[in-house]
Write a protein that binds this ligand. Structure first.
Ligand code: G3P
Length: 216
């Protein structure tokens, strides 16, 4: 399973990219707002940091307007993926963008039926939101599993699944175990994935013992 980072904060992207663990970035309007910067400026800067898919979301409501909004974004860099909110108009926009050779990530997926429709409309990626399902007392991971099974059973589907709305390291590990293609992980969760108390105490013990080794 590939790991992307789910953020629009370039310092976070740079740090995690330098660790060698991510190969893509996802943003959304809320994350862009949190960065406090202009949308295009952030997206352009991300393309100079990460050499992999970078999702930038359109906000227009009409399919043709979504396509018009997508064109200048897609022109920024070949790695740009246009993120489209799932609904009827979004599917129409997805079909049009696919015909134009623009790669898409259909987002805000909360059911296997939605994922299947997005795949049929030509989506390059679908983003089921597992944390937000858990938040309302549903099993988000079960949705990921269902979509994996459906896509695996249909040789005409090449759409990749991005487990999104990740809240903790267990989400990442479980997504990998059920065969999800990608997990897009917030910076905070990547930092949590680094930690184990036995690693910390192990390093401290090695340092302590090393200090006792004669150096000359
Ligand atoms: O990028 C979309 C998704 O990952 C958002 O997650 O935490 O706002 O539910 P969250």
């Amino acid at each position: 399973m590939k790991l992307f980072i789910d953020t629009a904060i370039v310092d976070e992207i740079r740090e995690v990219n330098d660790m060698g663990v991510i190969c893509g970035v996802t943003t959304n309007p809320s994350l862009i707002a949190k960065s406090g910067r202009k949308f295009e400026d952030v997206v352009k800067e991300i393309t100079t940091i990460v050499d992999g898919p970078i999702s930038a979301e359109v906000t227009a409501k009409d399919p043709d307007e979504m396509v018009e909004q997508a064109k200048p974004l897609a022109a920024i860099h070949p790695n740009i993926i246009i993120k489209i909110p799932f609904n009827k108009e979004g599917l129409m926009a997805c079909k049009k963008m696919t015909a134009l050779g623009i790669k898409t990530n259909v987002t805000l997926i909360f059911s296997a039926a939605q994922a299947l429709l997005a795949a049929k409309a030509g989506a390059t990626y679908v983003s089921p939101f597992l944390g937000r399902l858990d938040d309302i007392g549903r099993d988000g991971m079960m949705l990921i599993e269902e979509i994996v099974d459906i896509f695996d059973a249909d040789p005409t589907i090449n759409t990749e699944i991005i487990a999104a709305s990740i809240r903790n390291p267990i989400h990442v590990i479980d997504a990998a175990r059920v065969g999800c293609d990608i997990a897009t992980v917030p910076y905070k969760v990547i930092m949590q994935m680094l930690n184990h108390p036995l690693t910390t105490s192990g390093i401290a013990q090695f340092d302590k013992d090393w200090a006792t080794v004669p150096k000359n």
